[in-house]
Design a protein around this ligand. Sequence first.
Ligand code: TYM
Length: 329
Amino acid sequence: MGKKLKRLFSGIQPTGEIHIGNYQGAIKQWVKLIDKYECFYCIVDYHAITIEYNVREMPDKILKTAVCLIACGLNPEKCVLFVQSHVPEHTELAWVLNTVTAIGDLQRMTQFKEKSQQHKGNVNVGLFTYPVLQAADIILYKADVVPVGEDQFQHVELSRRIARKFNALYGKTFPEPQHLSTESPRIIGLDGQYKMSKSRNNYIGILESDEIIWEKISRAVTDPARKTKKDPGNPEICNMYSLHKLYSSREEIENSAENCKKASWGCLDCKRILWKNIVESLKPIKQKANELENNIDYVHNILKENADKSRKIAKETMNEVREKLGILI
Ligand code: TYM
């Protein structure tokens, strides 16, 4: 028998079509790690209801998120891809973990502060305890590693603290999960300022048409000091250049930098190459997504079957947790 693989857990919100920030910051790595770990990838619908959302659109968004993940290369035969709410033990464990989590720890979470600003009229308790549910997601499977983008490092660190506290109070039960980062843990959006995200509408979606992607790239912010084509630019502070580093050949990257510094190229010249390469890299993903969309029952069935696999482990962990807590079984 082969060596037992370490366990990996990660999650994504059901926003439907994912963007290249999700892909570069997390999903690309998820795909690579499938053979190295026993992988659980979760579409976290209960997290998504902590902000206002459209109830009628939610089922399609969950399915579309799954479509995107599989199209990006997450082979559902080789990993467990499932929906959070299909495994009720996530929320059950979250309740238990609420009792070992300090309010002060939740108050200092950057994402909570940002989201409370963005959704001033709806700062609910779920938004506040969001990281506790995230900790429950991870430690329910006793995961060792959690591949995420930089914006989630703080939440994984808190998960570690929570696991440690539980172990100290009730006896060693959970490993302390570590985050895994990609080489590009923070992709800046087309505004050149904030993290790429759907909520800021500064993103490139992985299924968007070539024309829309060009429209978005052509308007994207570059080096702000470069006012006209004649001004030499500084690639190091240009977000388009950061994207070049992810999508273009070494020669194209060097050419773009040199011609930008010499002002022999305008930003659009540089953007045209980037556009060509992004569009090319998305082609197979779009094609696969299209096939899956036409076979959506297959995707739905995968999610249901995989939830059964997750539930089996989740039940075992919760039995152990109840016993440790001294709950009458
Ligand atoms: P979410 O849905 O916002 O993002 C999914 C993954 O994509 C990464 N990501 C980015 N990486 C780099 N640059 C960006 N601009 C960018 N935008 C998104 C995120 O870091 C993430 O890895 N709270 C989580 C979901 C979650 C989870 C979990 C993650 C719930 N439970 C347990 C790990 C483990 C979230 O909202 O991710």
